[in-house]
Design a binder for this molecule. Structure first.
Ligand SMILES: [Zn+2]
Ligand SMILES: [Zn+2]
Length: 318
């Protein structure tokens, strides 16, 4: 049994505590909203940094729209998180990659091979920036021995990967997924994604510095899932490594600016990279430029997007 708890479904309210949650603009949703047959739902599978932490796994977000499921990035650990959520591996055969930094791709072999081994009968479909297709071809070669000796050969052992440009990458059964370029310094191209379904929208920033293109795409979105990186004053002074990392990401003050300009119903931090900065400080620094609804995302946090945005947490346990 999954231990899930409803956190909040309040209209337009937000709390100041770190990890606070907030609901959307309308509060007249029927009680049966949770049983919606065509859900538009976002699961944060991993909200962490490249470090192998246990509380926050590597960046990965699962979006459910109607009967379809889409994984965005596969940092370290998405299979464990899908397992905890009780989402069948067979149902996850579509992966969109924001960019090819390894902290966003290191979970792909697990998704590809364990997903096939434990249920997927369809190829793993992968979309991403230039280099994605080559990476997936090499990955299939790297695991060639294991793939060939398994008795259960089926299309699940195959990869169908495409390099894409900015624009509509996917459109089927009412779901439209649009890739747009963001500014991740030397990592070019790097994408954010916008997912539209039944008049509602979710925008994922990918890895980016402050980017006007992201603001345009996220304007009025229901949910904006945004990366953030912050360093303490001392580390920013003393560590060139920290300065370099922070230089290609978005600081909390700039993220707040993005939120204030885009005005999503709910802004959520995920892929949280902190150097000597606590989560309360992260929130405080964001509040210097933004006063609206904000959640500091956690692994296994789920957002149901309807007339209200309902937030639930699932406890990580075996
Ligand atoms: Zn990156
Ligand atoms: Zn990253």
């Amino acid at each position: 049994m999954l231990a899930a708890c409803l956190l909040a479904a309040h209209a337009g309210a937000w709390a100041a505590a770190p990890g606070a949650v907030a609901g959307g603009a309308a509060d007249d949703a029927p009680a049966a909203e949770a049983a919606d047959a065509a859900p538009f739902r976002v699961h944060l599978l991993g909200t962490g940094s490249p470090l192998p932490e246990t509380r926050r796994f590597g960046p990965s977000v699962l979006v459910e729209a109607g009967g379809q499921k889409f994984l965005f990035d596969a940092g370290r650990g998405p299979m464990q998180r899908l397992h905890t959520l009780g989402i069948p591996f067979a149902a996850v055969d579509k992966l969109f990659i924001t960019h090819l930094h390894s902290d966003h791709t290191i979970g792909i072999p697990d998704l590809y091979l364990t997903g096939w081994l434990r249920g997927r009968k369809t190829p793993l479909h992968v979309w991403g920036p230039a280099g994605t297709r080559g990476m997936m071809e090499h990955m299939a070669k790297a695991f060639d021995y294991d793939i060939k000796i398994r008795l259960e050969q089926n299309p699940g052992s195959q990869v169908d990967a495409a390099d894409i440009g900015a624009g509509v990458a996917y459109e089927k059964e009412g779901v439209r997924i649009t890739a747009f370029e963001v500014d991740h310094g030397p990592v070019h191209p790097a994408f954010g994604y916008r997912i539209d379904y039944k008049g509602r929208s979710v925008v994922l920033s990918g890895d980016t510095r402050y980017s006007p293109a992201l603001v345009r795409q996220a304007r009025g979105a229901d949910l904006l899932v945004h990366e953030v990186a912050a360093g303490s004053e001392e580390l920013m002074r003393s560590s060139p490594v920290v300065r370099n990392v922070i230089g290609i990401h978005t600081g909390p003050e700039d993220a707040g600016k993005v939120f204030a300009q885009a005005v999503p119903r709910l802004a959520v931090y995920s892929h949280i990279v902190l150097f000597g900065v606590t989560e309360p400080e992260l929130e405080r620094r964001t509040r210097t430029t933004y006063a609206g609804p904000l959640t500091i995302g956690e692994d296994l946090m789920t957002f149901d997007i309807g007339p209200r945005i309902k937030v639930t947490r699932t406890m990580a346990k075996e």
